[in-house]
Every structure is written in structure tokens, then in C-alpha cells.
Design a protein around this ligand. Structure first.
Ligand SMILES: [Zn+2]
Length: 310
């Protein structure tokens, strides 16, 4: 039996996902937050325009990393997926506390309550979609702080239990890869299989020795500073990516754009937009690596395989 991925429009075979941005944000509702700078993505027609352009260049899917309570709206995700023809994979889980309205329920939950919350979303659908036609999450997003001590360990443990029960992949936001070793030890101790964890934003810590070690241990490494000049991608990310490919580890990396900031879109700003994933990143990989198999792995094959469940 072939493996499937849960999209906002239902389950599809993994080979239908195509080119897939492994970590992005397609919708973030405006909320009353303590942090005024939290991103908002709510101009639906413009979002659709960027998605249509992405599909026209060969884009297949987008992984949406905004969990419930932090501005996710599954109903809008369904609308923009239908309108654009791009597959969208939504998530349950939790983000950094600063992205939630004050007093949001998840921050008061103990482990059992959080497990129930995640599993209810996985089994009954995203909370905001249950009245109409439920949408099911395709993975679990979590966010850790700079240190284990600064991180919500109960929610992390609950995410592990929900992943174990459902088989769903965990995408873990890291603070530029800080103390990632401690978080991996935490999950290893609980019994999470390494191939169930994606380590996000790890290219902000471009230590190739560490990356080789993590890749060999079975983790999927997510790179997304291509369009962030302050991280000097030409000096850090691109050479790191070449090193990993040359070390035969192209199966352990997924590339992404993480365009939570609307100014980085085509339709809402002057950025590379969703098409930058193909026009800029894929084109450079095509010429740098000149290997269709490797480029396909990095551009979607690897994340698709990890998202797939029986
Ligand atoms: Zn993100």
C-alpha cells in the first residue's frame, strides 16, 4: 500500500506532492498580541496570486507551519489551496508563546490535556474547521527556545506522544539551532525515532560537522536562509549545502523559504515571493549540482517522504 500525506483538501499519494516548500506560512490571522511585530498574512486574493504563480512555474505543494491559536485558519488554507491548485499541508502543535493572545489555553495545559488537544485535532480535524468539513493536519509543528530550560517541556512531551500515536512528523522550530543537541537528547530519551523529527532553521548555525552528524543520525535538516541577507547565504548556506550534497547526504535536507513576512512576497511586497523557491533556489541548484535526482530530493522529495504515513 502506498503512503499518503494529509493535505487541507484530503489525503493524497506522496508522488502527487511535487515541488514542495518544506516550511512556509500562507495564512496568519491578525490577533491581539503583546508582540506588535508578529507577522500577519490575511490578504487572501494576493496570497492566491502568489500561489498561482508558484503552480505555473511547476510548484506542487506548500507546508504551512502556523499552528492553531497562533493565527492559523484552516478554512482560509482550504480556500487558497482550491483557488490556486497548490496542495497545502496544515499542522497542529504549538509555536513560540509570543505569537499567541494573552492567556491562550494551550499554555495552561498539562501533558495529558495537550496530548488530547493534539490528538483531537489529528483525529477530528483542526478546531476551526470542525463545524463545516474537517481539515486534518499533516504534521505537528513545535517551537523550542534557546535552551531546554526556556522551552515548554510538557508541550514537547505531548507532541512526542501525539506523534507516536499518529505517526505524524514533527517539525521543530529552533532558535537558530541553539542548543539543538539538548533538544535531540530530550526527544531521544522519550523514544522518538530520529526520522520523525525535522530540525528547522538549522542553517542559521552552519557548522558542517554538526550537520553531517545530524544527517547521519537520521534527522531531516530544514534550510531556509536563502533570502535572508543577514545570514549571508552565499558565504554560509550555499557552501554548506554543497558540502552536504558532496558528502552524499542530500536525502537529509529539505529546503524552504519561510516567508512569514508579507514584504517578502511578490503580491504583497517586493520580495522573491513563493516563486523564488523555484526561480532562484531551484535554478541555482540545477546549475550547481546538475543532478535531477538530488535537486528533486531537496526540493520536495525528502519532506514528502517524511510527511507520508500509512
Ligand atoms: Zn516559520
Amino acid at each position: 500500500m502506498s503512503k499518503k500525506v494529509k493535505t487541507v483538501l484530503g489525503e493524497i499519494e506522496i508522488n502527487k506532492l511535487g515541488i514542495t516548500d518544506a516550511h512556509n506560512h500562507l495564512w496568519i490571522s491578525k490577533q491581539a498580541l503583546e508582540v506588535a511585530a508578529a507577522p500577519v498574512l490575511d490578504q487572501r486574493d494576493k496570497i492566491v496570486n502568489d500561489l498561482v504563480a508558484y503552480r505555473q512555474l511547476g510548484g506542487g505543494s506548500q507546508v504551512d507551519c502556523q499552528p492553531g491559536g497562533a493565527g492559523r485558519d484552516g478554512n482560509h488554507l482550504r480556500f487558497i489551496s482550491k483557488a490556486s491548485g497548490v496542495h497545502v499541508i496544515a499542522c497542529t502543535g504549538f509555536h513560540l508563546k509570543s505569537y499567541y493572545p494573552v492567556g491562550y489555553k494551550i499554555w495552561k495545559m498539562d501533558i495529558d490535556q495537550a496530548v488530547k488537544y493534539f490528538l483531537d485535532e489529528i483525529q477530528e480535524g483542526l478546531e476551526e474547521t470542525r463545524l463545516d468539513k474537517p481539515i486534518f493536519p499533516g504534521f505537528i509543528k513545535i517551537a523550542v527556545g534557546e535552551t531546554l530550560r526556556d522551552s515548554p517541556q510538557d508541550l514537547m512531551e505531548a507532541a512526542f506522544i501525539a506523534s507516536k500515536e499518529s505517526g505524524l512528523l514533527i517539525e521543530m522550530h529552533t532558535e537558530k539551532g541553539a542548543n539543538v543537541e539538548d533538544f535531540l537528547t530530550f526527544f531521544e530519551y522519550l523514544g522518538l525515532e530520529n526520522n520523525r523529527l525535522v530540525i528547522c532553521h538549522i542553517d542559521k548555525r552552519p557548522d558542517s560537522g554538526l550537520h553531517i552528524e545530524l544527517a547521519k543520525a537520521g534527522y531531516l535538516l530544514e534550510y531556509d536562509t536563502f533570502f535572508r541577507p543577514k545570514y549571508q547565504p552565499d558565504v554560509n548556506l550555499w557552501p554548506l549545502l554543497s558540502k552536504m550534497v558532496n558528502a552524499g547526504l542530500s536525502k537529509s535536507i529539505a529546503v524552504a523559504t519561510d516567508l512569514a513576512d508579507s514584504t517578502m512576497w511578490n503580491s504583497m511586497g517586493k520580495g522573491p515571493g513563493l516563486v523564488g523557491f523555484i526561480e532562484i533556489i531551484k535554478n541555482k541548484m540545477d546549475s550547481d549540482f546538475n543532478d535531477q535526482v538530488i535537486v528533486d530530493q531537496l526540493m520536495g522529495g525528502n519532506i514528502s517522504n517524511r510527511l507520508a504515513v500509512d
